[in-house]
Design a binder for this molecule. Structure first.
Ligand code: SUG
Length: 446
């Protein structure tokens, strides 16, 4: 068996990054509505994290942002005339719709797709299903371009199988890898795929949140497992605790993270948590499965949502130990900081903490784990991946220069209707597709 690695593909923050308060149920998004943003800083913060992971010897990729403002969606909603006319009429009549069409939300690539590595699938190909993200309008317009970007990176039909997004209806609401974790002994061995959903669409007797929306349905998770050809005995479904959704845990990756044999989660993450653990251990099948459960008495759900402790990345080091990547917000809370000290000193695989300032993304509810899509790749699959999208020193320098050249350092809502912003954004993206050798992936290029 050739060595299989876990590659992280981070979303490059787009030139229109702004705070529009678009995500009800995501407390940071709501709280920062109308604050000025700094797209340049946001993109550079993201690139710094990518470079650090590359420097750790990990495979780090980058996924391109989307064309925003999305005038094509505005035209589909009845706005006509030149691009400038469309923007100004939308700003006047439906400013919230314009803000939705201008969001840089594709940066959170944990929501780009669900990925099943070839060791888990019936045809031994890596399967991708872009998330329909249909519970939020601003995110529901991402999946077609996401699909094109993924095909631009993972183009080989011999190794990669690309599905379209699930039907865009609430019954099949799908938020991608943010609600999906894979456990395995080694990345190249068949793993356990763990799907976490917020509610059942067709069974009203099942519990669901009352205050905030559940964005993922059981039926969507089940359809993806079916499409990807996963083995039943190696697939576990679990429902998120509806009470924590109502406290701002809008995706499971806000309250739990897994890597290889480790599940790190809050004690209130799942409904029937003990049963979930039993199912995972049984499907995993070996006795080194390690659950690190954090009780409410140590870290309250509210604190977890604020600090994003669980929206961390667990990275495997060559010696089998793990590094936890957390946002600097974890150090602003003494309890969380103390907990992290104890976590790395305790007898478990996690023995190092790495901290990143991701404030620009965090203000919209996006921590380190939201910014990355994990793709386990064997050596043949890695060789078939578009290498121009893999971070090395040269690409890091090129992308930093590209950001410095094209991005603004301040954006407020009124700027979203500025036709110049659209021109700047398209100019930047056109150049980016050449840097990343993606071909024509944007509607303005097709
Ligand atoms: O979908 N925020 C994103 C954050 C996504 C975080 N991803 C994960 N947890 N994996 C969302 O709620 C806010 C945009 C705004 O309000 O301007 C936003 O879309």
């Amino acid at each position: 068996m050739s060595k299989t690695v876990e590659a992280n593909f981070d979303g490059l923050v787009g030139p229109t990054h702004n705070y529009a308060g678009l995500s009800v149920g995501n407390i940071a998004s709501t709280n920062n509505q109308s604050a000025p943003s700094n797209p340049k800083k946001a993109a550079l913060q993201g690139l710094t994290k990518m470079k650090s992971l590359h420097d750790m010897g990990l495979v780090q990729g980058v996924l391109a942002p989307q064309e925003r403002p999305d005038v094509h969606s505005l035209r589909a909603l009845g706005f006509t005339g030149s691009d400038a006319d469309v923007l100004s009429k939308a700003a006047e009549e439906v400013p919230f719709v314009l803000a939705s069409c201008a969001s840089a939300s594709s940066m959170w690539t944990a929501n780009a797709a669900t990925v099943s590595p070839s060791a888990d699938t019936a045809d031994n190909k890596v399967h991708f299903t872009p998330a329909n993200l249909c519970s939020k309008f601003h995110r529901s317009i991402e999946h077609e371009t996401t699909g094109r970007i993924l095909k631009g990176v993972f183009g080989s039909e011999d190794h990669f199988s690309h599905h379209p997004a699930l039907l865009s209806t609430a019954h099949f609401g799908d938020e991608g890898a943010a609600n999906h974790t894979r456990f395995c002994h080694q990345y190249g061995e068949q793993g356990v795929e763990f799907f976490v959903y917020g509610q059942h669409a067709f069974d009203s007797s099942k519990p669901k949140p009352e205050k905030f929306p559940a964005r993922q349905t059981f039926e969507a998770s089940q359809a993806i497992a079916r499409r990807h050809g996963l083995s039943e005995s190696k697939t576990v479904f679990a429902q998120q605790n509806p009470n924590v959704i109502d406290q701002g845990v809008f995706h499971n990756d806000v309250i739990a993270v897994g890597n290889r044999n480790v599940l790190f989660c809050h004690e209130q993450a799942f409904l029937n948590q003990a049963e979930v653990y039993t199912n995972l251990k049984q499907a995993y099948g070996k006795d080194d499965f390690c659950i690190i459960e954090v009780p409410e008495s140590k870290i309250r759900v509210e604190t977890a949502v604020k600090s994003y402790l669980f929206n961390s990345q667990l990275l495997s080091n060559p010696d089998g130990s793990m590094t936890i990547v957390v946002p600097s917000d974890c150090l602003s809370d003494q309890q969380v900081e103390k907990y992290l000290d104890k976590l790395v000193a305790a007898d478990n695989p996690i023995n190092e903490v790495k901290v990143f300032d991701l404030r620009q993304s965090m203000n919209n509810g996006g921590g380190p784990a939201c910014l990355r899509l994990r793709v386990a790749l064997n050596q043949a699959e890695l060789a078939a991946t578009n290498s121009s999208c893999l971070i090395d020193d040269q690409l890091f320098t090129t992308l930093n220069q590209w950001v410095e050249k094209h991005y603004r350092d301040r954006l407020i809502e009124a700027d979203l209707a500025d036709p110049q912003l659209l021109i700047e954004s398209r100019t930047a993206l056109d150049e980016l597709t050449q840097i990343l050798k993606l071909g024509s992936i944007y509607q303005f290029q097709i």
